[in-house]
Design a binder for this molecule. Structure first.
Ligand code: SAH
Ligand code: SF4
Length: 347
């Protein structure tokens, strides 16, 4: 008999599961705490559940997480894990330690259907969406890997970014349920300001997300005109810049919050100072901050990363117009853990 993986249950699904067993819905909260806060996978030791219920869970259920195949650690402390899924597919998850915080970069799909020309994941093509268990399982895995003894109350992960493999808004249901568990005080209790979904600009998904959750968003813009953007990110043909900017300009109901714009810096392609001025103009109708991402080489490259002086001048133009702009540090490039380098190549 195949067991039910309870990591695949959203909070409401778990409540229904207990109701159908004739239990009170608060059993869901108790179980969530065992699984996510205490990192316990052994139903037998869940002492606030009745003997009868524990026995039922032991017989019918399991907590199954993706399994580590390989761990690589960069000199800057960035860790990349290659994880195997039940059907034999592989994904990568990256942990980035910084002063005072730890960020987990999670994957949402095996490969990616968008096929951006500069991205190793896009080059892989698309295999399938990840399940809820496979998304939240990356966090479960990382918390345990990083703080096996502490349980999650004092764990090393303060931030989660959906910037690993895949386009999260093309796997909406599982992603939104994973987000709910990340934020829930019965599960991980992360701040809505510290969970960020990065998207290439799936406009209907953004509209839906805006209604369903208050997490932070980052938009992979990368170009200021439709011709170039469609070359870099083919899905721009479907959701061109005017439509995308319209959703982003008034995305947050809380007007004090900023939408992050990601802008990969590609030498001679999108990094001129004229393009910087156009970008500033494009962003003048909303509240934005900009992350410039030095292009990371992927092995199939048809671009060169911008020169550092060019990145600095480009940034200077944006800063002069009052747009908060940082250059994202490339982390873990020597283990191919940096933005755009994930492809879960098996050993
Ligand atoms: N699919 C989502 C999230 C995953 S990619 C998205 O595209 O936003 C996370 C970030 O890495 C995106 O901003 C993406 O454009 C960027 N990226 C992809 N390939 C890159 C490369 N070779 N160098 C630098 N950044 C890259
Ligand atoms: Fe997919 Fe994002 Fe890579 Fe584009 S950059 S191929 S959307 S993962």
């Amino acid at each position: 008999m195949t067991k039910i993986n309870l990591l695949n249950y959203s909070i409401s699904a778990l409540e229904n599961f207990f109701l159908e067993l004739g239990e009170k819905p608060f059993r869901a909260t108790q179980l969530l705490k065992w699984i996510y806060q205490l990192g316990n996978r052994d139903f037998a030791t869940m002492t606030n559940l009745s003997q009868h219920l524990r026995q039922y869970l032991i017989t019918h259920c399991e907590i199954a997480v993706p399994e580590q195949v390989e761990e690589q650690i960069a000199v800057d402390g960035t860790k990349k894990w290659l994880l195997r899924l039940v059907d034999g597919n592989f994904i990568e998850t990256v942990y980035i330690p910084e002063d005072g915080r730890g960020t987990l970069c999670v994957s949402s799909q095996v490969g990616c259907p968008v096929g951006c020309s500069f991205c190793a994941t896009g080059f892989l093509g698309f295999k399938r969406n990840l399940s809820l268990a496979e998304i939240i399982g990356q966090l479960w895995f990382a918390v345990h890997k990083l703080s096996p003894l502490k349980g999650v109350r004092a764990h090393a992960i303060t931030n989660v970014v959906f910037m690993g493999m895949g386009e999260p808004l093309l796997n909406y249901e599982s992603v939104i349920q994973a987000v709910e568990l990340m934020l829930s005080h019965s599960a991980y209790g992360l701040s809505k300001y510290r969970v960020t979904l990065s998207t290439c600009g799936i406009v209907p998904g953004l509209r839906r997300l805006r209604n369903d959750s208050e997490i932070a968003i980052a938009i992979s813009l990368h170009a200021v005109d439709d011709v170039l953007r469609s070359q870099l990110i083919p899905i721009n043909e479907k959701f061109p810049l005017t439509t995308l900017m319209e959703v982003c300009n008034d995305y947050f109901k809380d007007r004090r919050r900023f939408v992050t714009i990601e802008y990969i810096m590609l030498d001679g392609i999108n990094d001129s100072l004229g393009q910087a001025r156009q970008l500033a103009k494009l962003l003048s109708h909303g509240r934005y901050k900009v992350n410039l991402i030095p292009g990371n080489l992927t092995g199939n490259d048809n671009f060169r990363p911008s020169r550092q002086e060019q990145i600095d001048s480009f940034r200077g133009v944006l800063l002069a117009t009052g747009i908060n702009t940082i250059t994202r540090k490339s982390r873990g490039a020597e283990i191919r853990a940096a933005c755009g380098q994930l492809m879960a190549k098996t050993i």
